[in-house]
Ligand binder design. Structure first.
Ligand code: HMG
Ligand code: MG
Length: 310
């Protein structure tokens, strides 16, 4: 089918979740809510605000319930949160959030370390989660991590990425985000894998989630746009990383993404100055929260995903 030129995009801001989850020093709920408020003021409509995961796996997001309960009630906002299992869904429903995302990967080693399940076990866990969430009228997204490269298993064949994507769609998820978890994909990798996926999956179901380890995230966005893909995840100020993916660096920066899209004549509706203020403000909070030397010993003792080696 002919590729339609992309005229508008959906940007999913993941800074409050993916951006903050790797930050060791816990920042307070008020600072997170102020950050989210600034992102919304800049014009971002889709914001992934937290995760209902085990608090020991991601201590930074253990205040998920309070974050969601404190969100500014603004018209047209789509707030979402990660949910790994039924326990997470119960907590999400209690918070009142209306959009969730389940997350798996192409690689068994990565999913074991990340969520203590094989890929097949993750689908067994997600089946009742997605079924219940859809019955409650929630929007459900699915993530495919290690879609191009895995920190443990190396280069991933596009057939594996397609398989996990199709299994998520078969569960009923409404959008699938394709993750370059450790930021190793090149534009050629993006073109190869996504061309394969697009032979089987409608373009409007697919989002691209780039980390920027090698500085290629914007080139990967350009390669995606050339295929008609128009949903991009990014993080204000380029914060981010996954503690269970060695080598994962910051996400594609929303500031850079917006600047790039506008330069390509694709309007985003986002006020870049306000966005830069939001990014600078959260960076300031994080640098003010950096540990004193005396605190470093106790931070190294933080329990992280006790069932897995990382
Ligand atoms: P587990 O230890 O296997 O869990 O962890 P379990 O089911 O065996 O339960 C053990 C205990 O944990 C039980 O408590 C449960 O109730 C409790 P007990 O009965 O012993 O008192 N529990 C929970 N508590 C709170 N919330 C929950 C929950 N689930 C169980 N949801 C689990 C499995 C999945 C929970 C854990 O491994 C986990 O939370 N992992 C999350 C890791 C994570 O958040 N990683 C980062 C996100 S993924 C990412 O960044 C990639 C992405 O950005 C895309 C990309 O870049 O590629 C999305
Ligand atoms: Mg990520």
């Amino acid at each position: 089918m002919a590729i339609q030129p992309v005229k508008s995009v959906k940007i999913v801001e993941v800074g409050p979740r993916d951006g903050l989850q790797n930050e060791k020093v816990i920042i307070d709920t008020g600072a997170k809510l102020a950050f989210i408020g600034k992102l919304a003021a800049a014009g971002l409509k889709y914001i992934e605000v937290t995760s209902f995961v085990h608090p020991k796996a991601i201590p930074q997001l253990s205040d998920a319930l309070d974050v969601v309960k404190g969100l500014p009630a603004l018209p047209g906002m789509h707030y979402s949160a990660l949910v790994p299992n039924l326990k997470g869904l119960e907590r999400a429903l209690e918070s009142g959030i209306r959009e969730i995302a389940v997350f798996t990967a192409t690689s068994n080693t990565f999913t074991q370390r990340n969520i203590n399940m094989t890929v097949n076990e993750s689908f067994e866990a997600f089946q009742p989660v997605v079924q219940r969430a859809l019955a409650e009228g929630l929007f459900v997204r699915g993530y495919v991590s290690t879609a191009f490269y895995c920190p443990y298993e190396g280069k991933i064949d596009s057939a594996a990425t397609l398989d996990v994507t199709q299994r998520l769609l078969a569960l009923g998820v409404q959008e699938v985000s394709i993750g370059d978890t450790i930021g190793q994909a090149t534009p050629q990798d993006v073109t190869t894998t996504m061309t394969h996926l697009l032979q089987h999956v409608p373009v409007e179901k697919l989002a691209m989630h780039f980390h920027d380890t090698n500085g290629l995230a914007l080139e990967n966005v350009a390669a995606s746009l050339a295929l008609g893909l128009s949903i991009f995840d990014s993080s204000a100020g380029g914060l981010g990383g996954c503690p269970y993916a060695p080598g994962a660096s910051g996400n594609l920066s929303t500031d850079a993404l917006v600047g790039f899209l506008e330069s390509q004549g694709i309007a985003t509706g986002i006020d870049l100055n306000l966005l830069k203020e939001a990014s600078a403000a959260i960076r300031k909070v994080l640098s003010n929260a950096e540990p004193e030397l005396d605190d470093i010993g106790s931070l190294q003792n933080l329990a992280v995903n006790p069932r897995v080696e990382s």
